[in-house]
Design a protein around this ligand. Sequence first.
Ligand code: CP
Ligand code: NVA
Length: 306
Amino acid sequence: MDFLRISDVGVDGLRTILDATARVKANPDAVKGLLAGASIGVFFEKPSTRTRVSCEVAAVHLGAHPVMLRGEEVGLGKREASKDVARVLDRYVDALAFRVFRHQHLEELAEYAHGPVINLLSDIAHPCQAVADLATIAEHMALPGCRITYIGDGNNVCNSLLLGGAMTGMHVTICTPPGYEPDPVEVSAARAFTVDTGGSIVVTTDPREALVDANVVYTDVWTSMGQEGESAQRLRDFDGYQVDLAALNTASDQALFLHCLPAHRGEEVTDEVMEHPRSMVFDQAENRMHAFSAVLLYATGQLPQW
Ligand code: CP
Ligand code: NVA
């Protein structure tokens, strides 16, 4: 099955993937070689460190052959229509894992490819990141009832965290400057999950109100890949939304700090917070690899019975 948004797998599917992530991390040998003989087309239209390396390493560990593709060589939607790229790659590989500018390209790939299509980040979602984020929090506290505050840009990472948090019964507060709120469609989709999961969603522009009592404080860059031309304006607009020590101290006593990375130190987060004993950012980065193994096994229907 496809994994374009974290909600694609439903509440039970996400629970299964999070459980698998923890199991893969605790006992990597349990999944070694499970995808022997398979090939995966892994495509990047934007830069990447964590996603590229963790996906390639995870695929090899599972026994699959990752065919690494760069945006400029494929020319998705330029050199060739995405529906044609999908049908060609489909003849060679068993799954596609793509990082793209336009989410619509993923939807076209998913429509035309028979095998699973996994989103490695698009303009509106970063679901594999959210699995790693939730798995990292779950190493420290129960997800249902946990209070998480995301402070910064209402972007791809924010959207997937919002949905994933709602799906796991978390109390999610999103705090952005005016004009940078997450898309109301994403907020409504998340709210719909909270009816059954007992979670809640608050969207605010007030950082202090957002941070009080938070168990987890999360931020991401103010200028995402492809938005570099807006950087100067964004630096002005996000003034007052930095996660510094005072912000972390406004949250609950043992609050964890998370960031999907790469971090722009001195902009959305200070050095002091990145290096803080309660900063879990490198565990979170490691968990991208275990999360990708879990997602790939789930999407290809190869998760073990444990
Ligand atoms: N967090 C994340 O997706 O990092 P990369 O852009 O380096 O892959
Ligand atoms: N929001 C960031 C996330 C990077 C992993 C971006 O899209 O550039």
